[in-house]
Design a protein around this ligand. Structure first.
Ligand code: 1GP
Length: 229
């Protein structure tokens, strides 16, 4: 029903943060390709369900990014499952996924489940610390990208700088390694210019924090990546 290969821009909403009805309407009607519901801290099932029901008033596709098994619930268009490739712990690559499939495997609609090969590159990001990551060198990042596509055949490779603008040159080099796997870039995008710059190489840019920090600017990132701004 939805063609993810055509997506260019996604807003990521955190169920643990407040957003007014008016701002939520503007986000959902902004022309963004989808909304991801996800966060690292204090994400609860109640918070997820409340946000889902509010977003469902609009036509935009909505995705649950599963950071914790307690929040898995039906009703989303897609379920994104992070596999943190540069974590030191197998837990974040394999074990929680194994546990989830043991629990929910029989009722999962596998067509709507996408595994994201995450590479988290900001040491100060909460997700980096929570998942016990290490920073790879450039060759290391490129190798993760190749592994995501050629070994694991993942639909998405996600360069995550959450909270900090990343290195566009690195994003470009990663993009050159990928033929099929979609390259998602997220982190520190606040302005139309920053969004446009990252979109030059990433297939999809994700905008999160700036929704809560500078709402008007966050909205301008949609047209910027879609070549309308
Ligand atoms: C976070 O990649 C997203 O998972 C977006 O990052 O919040 O820094 O925009 P920001």
């Amino acid at each position: 029903m939805y063609d993810m290969n055509k997506w260019q821009h996604i807003f990521k909403l955190d169920p643990n943060k407040e957003i007014s009805d008016d701002n939520l309407e503007q986000i959902c009607d902004s022309g963004t390709d989808a909304i991801i519901v996800g966060g690292t801290d204090h994400v609860t099932l109640d918070g997820v369900l409340h946000l889902l029901s509010r977003i469902r008033r609009y036509v935009v596709p909505v995705i649950l990014e599963i950071s914790n098994l307690d929040v898995i619930t039906p009703g989303f268009d897609f379920y994104y499952i992070p596999m943190v490739m540069n974590s030191k712990d197998k837990k974040w690559m394999m074990d929680i996924h194994h546990h989830a499939v043991k629990t929910y495997g029989d009722v999962m609609d596998w067509d709507n489940v996408m595994v994201e090969g995450y590479c988290i590159l900001n040491e100060d990001a909460k997700a980096f610390q929570l998942t016990n990551c290490t920073i790879p060198d450039e060759e290391g990042v490129l190798a993760y990208a190749l592994m995501a596509e050629k070994m694991f055949r993942l639909p998405i490779f996600y360069i995550e700088y959450s909270g900090k603008l990343g290195d566009p040159a690195l994003v470009k080099k990663v993009k050159q390694k990928l033929d099929h796997t979609l390259l998602f870039y997220g982190g520190g995008i606040h302005t139309a210019e920053e969004a446009k710059q990252m979109k030059e190489n990433a297939d999809v840019v994700i905008v999160g924090n700036s929704i809560y920090e500078n709402f008007k600017q966050a909205l301008t990132t949609v047209k910027a990546v879609k070549g309308e701004g």
